[in-house]
Design a protein around this ligand. Structure first.
Ligand code: XMP
Length: 321
C-alpha cells in the first residue's frame, strides 16, 4: 500500500541523498506544487533551503500574506520576498495585447528570480534548485501528442537557468491529488493545499486593457468579494476556478442614489472542468450570483455592472486573455 506518509518518507530520504550537505533554493508561486515541493525539501534539509517569493503586484488579495504568514508558520521555512511590484507595473505600462503581457511578465519574472538567485549564491553555496514538476508535466514535456499553443503559459517551473543549478524535483512521480495529500500530511494550510488553479501572469491577464495600479486595485477588490461569497456558499470544490475579469476599457451607464454613474463591468467566469482542456460554465445558484453582484456594485467604486460568462470551452477559453 503506497500511503501518503510512505511517499513523504521515501522522498525525504531521496532528497537527503541528492543534496547531501548542500544548499537549495525554491521559488514559491503561492500555488500548491511549489509549496509542497518546498515543504518536502525543508523536511529533508531544514534551513539549508531558502524559498524566494516574487510579489509581482498581480496577486489576489491576501495571497502574499498566505505565503509570508500562513505558509511560513506551518513550515518554519526560510523565506525571502522580493517586492517587484513597481518593476512589473512599469514594464506593463500601456500594454494591451495578451501574449505581449505574458511575455513581459514571464521575462521580468525570470530576471527578478535570477537576481535573487545571484544574491543568495553570493551569501552561500546554493547549488540546488527545487521545482514542483508533477508527473503530468513530465509526460507533457516529453512531447506527447502535439497540442496547439493557444496561450503561452508561463510558470515558475521551466525557468531557463544559466546559473548552473542541479534540479531537485520531489513531485516528479506524483499526480495533483497525491501532491495535495502530501501537502496535508506535511501540515500545510488548507488555503494553499486546496487552492484552485491561478495563472502565473495573475491579474495581469484578467484586466482587459492596459494594466495599472488603479485597475489592479479595482479588480482585486471585486475578486476578493467573489471568492469570499463562493467560499461562504461552500462552492470551492464544485468550481474548478472562477476568473473575475475587469473590462477596463468598457464603460456603461448606471444609476446610484440620485446620480448617474459611468463605470466598468466585471465579468464572472465560473467554470467546471476536469483538466482545464475543456470546461463548462458552472450553473451557480442565483442567490449566490445576486450576493456577489450586489456586493461588488456597492463596494467597488469603479464598478457599476456585473455580468456572467455562459460560454463553454471550447469555443471560449477559461481566461479572457
Ligand atoms: P485557458 O484560458 O487557456 O486556461 O482555457 C486553461 C488553464 O490555464 C490557466 N492559464 C494559465 N496558467 N499561465 C499559467 O500559469 C498562463 O499564462 C495561463 N493562461 C491560462 C487558466 O487559469 C486555466 O486554469
Amino acid at each position: 500500500q503506497w500511503t501518503t506518509s510512505s511517499i513523504v518518507d521515501e522522498q525525504v530520504t531521496r532528497i537527503r541523498a541528492q543534496i547531501g550537505d548542500g544548499k537549495a533554493i525554491c521559488g514559491l508561486s503561492g500555488g500548491v506544487d511549489s509549496a509542497v515541493a518546498a515543504a518536502l525539501v525543508q523536511r529533508a534539509i531544514g534551513d539549508r533551503l531558502t524559498c524566494v517569493f516574487v510579489d509581482h503586484g498581480l496577486l489576489r488579495a491576501g495571497e502574499r500574506a498566505q505565503v509570508e504568514r500562513d505558509y511560513v508558520a506551518a513550515t518554519g521555512i526560510n523565506l525571502v520576498t522580493v517586492d517587484a511590484r513597481e518593476r512589473f507595473l512599469n514594464a506593463l505600462a500601456g500594454v494591451t495585447d495578451p501574449e505581449e503581457k505574458r511575455k513581459i511578465i514571464g521575462r521580468e519574472f525570470i530576471r527578478v528570480f535570477e537576481q535573487a538567485e545571484r544574491d543568495l549564491k553570493a551569501e552561500g553555496d546554493y547549488r540546488f534548485l527545487v521545482q514542483g514538476t508533477l508527473y503530468p508535466d513530465v509526460v507533457e514535456s516529453g512531447g506527447g501528442a502535439g497540442t496547439a499553443n493557444i496561450k503561452s503559459h508561463h510558470n515558475v517551473g521551466g525557468l531557463p537557468d544559466d546559473l548552473q543549478f542541479e534540479l531537485v524535483e520531489p513531485l516528479r512521480a506524483l499526480f495533483k491529488d497525491e501532491v495535495r495529500r502530501v501537502g496535508t500530511e506535511l501540515g500545510l494550510p488548507e488555503t494553499i493545499v486546496q487552492r484552485q488553479p491561478f495563472p502565473g501572469p495573475g491579474l495581469g491577464i484578467r484586466i482587459i486593457g492596459a494594466v495599472d495600479q488603479e485597475r489592479l486595485d479595482t479588480l482585486r477588490q471585486a475578486d476578493a468579494i467573489a471568492r469570499e461569497e463562493l467560499t461562504a456558499a461552500g462552492l470551492d470544490r464544485t468550481i474548478w476556478q472562477c476568473p473575475v475579469v475587469l473590462l477596463a476599457d468598457v464603460r456603461s451607464v448606471g444609476v446610484q442614489g440620485d446620480g448617474r454613474t459611468y463605470g466598468h463591468p466585471i465579468v464572472l467566469r465560473p467554470v467546471s472542468s476536469e483538466d482545464a482542456m475543456t470546461a463548462d460554465w458552472t450553473r451557480l445558484p442565483y442567490e449566490v450570483l445576486e450576493r456577489i453582484s450586489t456586493r461588488i456594485t456597492n463596494e467597488v467604486a469603479e464598478v457599476n455592472r456585473v455580468v456572467l460568462d455562459v460560454t463553454s470551452k471550447p469555443p471560449g477559453t477559461i481566461e479572457w486573455e
